[in-house]
Design a protein around this ligand. Structure first.
Ligand SMILES: [Ca+2]
Length: 183
């Protein structure tokens, strides 16, 4: 092999090395963006109404009514003489191992009031609080897994429950979702 041929081979090897490094770097960057991107497994953005939510109209033990507002939000209000109430929606076929985080965005919380989010078994015998009482608007997210070892417990079928505290108080929400990562 002549000198010039060796030089060409060396150059080729260097080129391959650089392109391998570039590739590794691109994969690295892609992973970073994948990790930071929030993967949403289920969402109710309240943009198309609230018909699937259970409230006082469905069961008089809920003491709350949920109303769809024009700006794509939902208002949940404690009614009657109760000091607290709840609304619930049945969640099915969402892999909790993949999407263990409940995230909710509250646009408004009445003064001297709070909201919290929990999950229950379909028979309501077991309740787990996931997002504890919050009295300010904002985005809140908590992992179901960190609160309870739920991975397969509810078999991806459970009640998602929003609780409002305070007589005649209400909160307004923009969305609630199940995601892969905490916000
Ligand atoms: Ca919305």
């Amino acid at each position: 092999m002549g000198t010039s041929q060796r030089w060409v081979n060396k150059k080729r090897a260097a080129k391959i090395k650089i392109s391998t490094l570039t590739f590794v770097f691109i994969v690295f960057l892609a992973n970073i963006s994948l990790c930071s991107a929030q993967d949403i497994g289920w969402e109710d953005n309240f943009n198309t109404g609230v018909a699937e939510w259970y409230d006082e109209y469905d069961s008089d033990s809920f003491n709350c009514i949920i109303t769809s507002l024009e700006d794509g939000t939902a208002s949940i209000e404690v009614i009657g003489n109760s000091t607290w109430g709840k609304v619930a929606k049945v969640i099915e076929d969402v892999d909790l191992n993949k999407y263990p985080v409940i995230e909710i965005k509250a646009n408004h919380v009445d003064p001297d009031s709070a909201f919290k989010v929990g999950i229950t078994s379909l028979d309501w015998k077991e309740y787990y609080e996931i997002i504890p009482g919050q009295n300010l608007p904002g985005v809140y997210s908590e992992s179901i897994k960190e609160n309870v070892k739920l991975s397969n417990k509810f078999n991806s079928k459970f009640n998602l429950v929003i609780i409002i505290e305070g007589s005649n108080k209400s909160s307004i929400f923009d969305y609630i979702r199940l995601t892969s990562t905490k916000n």
